[in-house]
Design a protein around this ligand. Sequence first.
Ligand SMILES: Nc1ncnc2c1ncn2[C@@H]1O[C@H](COP(=O)(O)OP(=O)(O)O)[C@@H](O)[C@H]1O
Ligand SMILES: [Mg+2]
Length: 233
Amino acid sequence: MTVVIAAINGKGGAGKTTVLMNIAGEYALRGGSVAMIDMDARNNLMKWWTDCQEKDAQPEGIEVYSHKTARGLERWMHEQRGAFDHVLIDTPGEDTSIVDPVIASSDLVISPIQPSKREVLGAIDSFENVVRVNETLDRNCRHGVLRTRITVTVRHTELYRKIRPIIEDKVGTYLFRAEVFERNVYKDIHNGIGTLQMQEVTDAIAKARRETQTLVEEVDQLLRGELTAGRAA
Ligand SMILES: Nc1ncnc2c1ncn2[C@@H]1O[C@H](COP(=O)(O)OP(=O)(O)O)[C@@H](O)[C@H]1O
Ligand SMILES: [Mg+2]
């Protein structure tokens, strides 16, 4: 069965593309076949992909496609999704008409946030969209909020501490235990040198890889229904 994961947060640029690249690299490393779909007009994912090709660093097991419309996505899903173990959909950082069709195709929506009010609100919007699409289509797409670009300083802020009570108790969606830290190696990956998992294992790479493995394990648990949203978790 193909698993479809989308990164959506209509307000912000906290790391949707980055986190999908890292998840894709992890699934590919495990031997899975991964399709990534770039639905963002800025084409960051597709640029990364062509840069990787030019530098002869194309990740094995990963294909990247570009579809900017709901129609294009639906057709691709119909014709090609069955050929892949994982499909990862990258979306623009603003609310667009593609959000509902993306949710309608997904098993899990991840909303990355930096601890900023705007991004937290964007993640809540994304959750509400997931709930609405699920009700309309009688589906069970899951939703999780992922803290990204975390630093030691950020962890001491008031907003950081409020994230869990807001997301789990008030809103009632899932907050990933795994967090993505601010790391230069994640920035480097954007330069078309392949995936995180393809890099020579330095201390910095090893830390980032452990962080990514933990995240992917949690993603898989969430998809298997082993984790529940809110207090019950
Ligand atoms: N965990 C991280 N650590 C350091 N830099 C990051 C991290 N996540 C994202 N970035 C950087 O932040 C910028 C925006 O990230 P990106 O993944 O493109 O966000 P989005 O796709 O949501 O717009 C990029 O320059 C990226 O390299
Ligand atoms: Mg992006």
